[in-house]
Design a protein around this ligand. Structure first.
Ligand SMILES: O=C(O)CCC(=O)C(=O)O
Length: 306
């Protein structure tokens, strides 16, 4: 493995403007090949060491929550690669790491990831939630990410398309409603031991996602051919998906990390589908508290120079 480099090139003002205007931008060639080797090995390690949060959503797709917590090379990637700097440069703000995910799609017919927003799955909100999507493998547009341009500014939180439907189990749903009304968070610490997407509550109070796939021409969709070293940076509220069905001779191994700028605050959501970061369960965060109030859990990962 060669020497580990910093940011390969500067992020341009035009790229920063496009992120804020469109809600997503492809940053071409910003991460060096030696970091992609670290990423690839880190993803292989996570894939070979499933834990209680490695949900086989629909085999052979593997999605891991917080994979860097059990893959030392992924942790190194998050701590030392230029990812935090890239996010902080685009936000022009200090950034804190919130969580990461692995989407491991084996060679052959690539599974889709259906349309969704990210932030409605988590107990956080803010305009400065940004997601860095980085793939260890070349990925043509028909297997990489697509987004609905500008949907980060629609000011709507859609219902995540996962979870227990209250219509199927009204009693269990009422118990969850009661817990929520009593100020409890719905997904506890134990979820880090055993968790699936279907443990959450399909919040009927949130609007259902539009059927984007069925009416694709009605939406302004952006997507990109992706090469390792690129970063697709997108806003936490943007609608996005990955197409399925493309045949690839190699796996399509992606890592997505979620980063928070200063305006990001804690928010208990009925639609929470992903557990809070494990160390946060040692605290009792209240709605509206800034993540910066928990510096042991969310230290500043990168900050612009004054
Ligand atoms: O890589 C994928 O297939 C999906 C990624 C995604 O939905 C995300 O990072 O939020």
């Amino acid at each position: 493995m060669g020497q580990l480099s910093g940011l390969v090139r500067d992020i341009t003002d035009d790229e920063i403007d496009r992120y804020h205007r469109d809600g997503a931008v492809l940053l071409k060639g910003v991460i060096g090949p030696e970091w992609i080797e670290v990423l690839a090995e880190g993803l292989e390690h996570a894939n070979n060491h499933p834990d209680g949060m490695s949900a086989g959503v629909a085999e052979p797709l593997r999605i891991d929550q917080f994979p860097a917590s059990h893959s030392p090379l992924l942790k190194q990637f998050l701590d030392q690669s230029p990812v935090a700097e890239i996010v902080g440069t685009v936000l022009n703000a200090p950034v804190r790491f919130y969580m990461d995910q692995m989407f491991y799609k084996p060679a052959g017919k690539i599974s889709p990831s259906s349309w969704h927003q990210d932030t409605c799955y988590y107990n956080v909100q803010g305009h400065q939630l940004a997601r860095a999507w980085i793939c260890a493998d070349p990925t043509p547009r028909n297997a990489s990410l697509e987004v609905v341009r500008g949907s980060h500014l629609w000011n709507v939180t859609y219902r995540p398309p996962v979870g227990m439907d209250p219509a199927d189990d009204p009693e269990a749903a009422q118990a969850l409603e009661d817990d929520f009304a009593a100020g409890k968070i719905l997904i506890g610490r134990e979820a880090h031991e055993h968790w699936t997407y279907f443990d959450s509550f399909l919040d009927p109070g949130l609007p259902q996602l539009p059927d984007i796939e069925a009416a694709k021409d009605s939406f302004d969709i952006m997507g990109w051919d992706y090469q390792p070293g690129d970063v697709i940076l997108f806003h936490g509220d943007i609608l996005h998906a990955a197409l399925g069905g493309a045949e690839l001779p190699h796996p399509r191994r992606s890592h997505a990390s979620l980063w928070a700028g200063p305006d990001v605050t804690y928010l208990k959501r009925r639609s929470q589908a992903i557990p809070d970061p494990l160390p946060l369960y040692d605290y009792t965060p209240e709605n509206g508290q800034s993540l910066g109030e928990f510096p042991e859990v969310f230290p500043i990962a990168w900050a612009p120079e004054d």
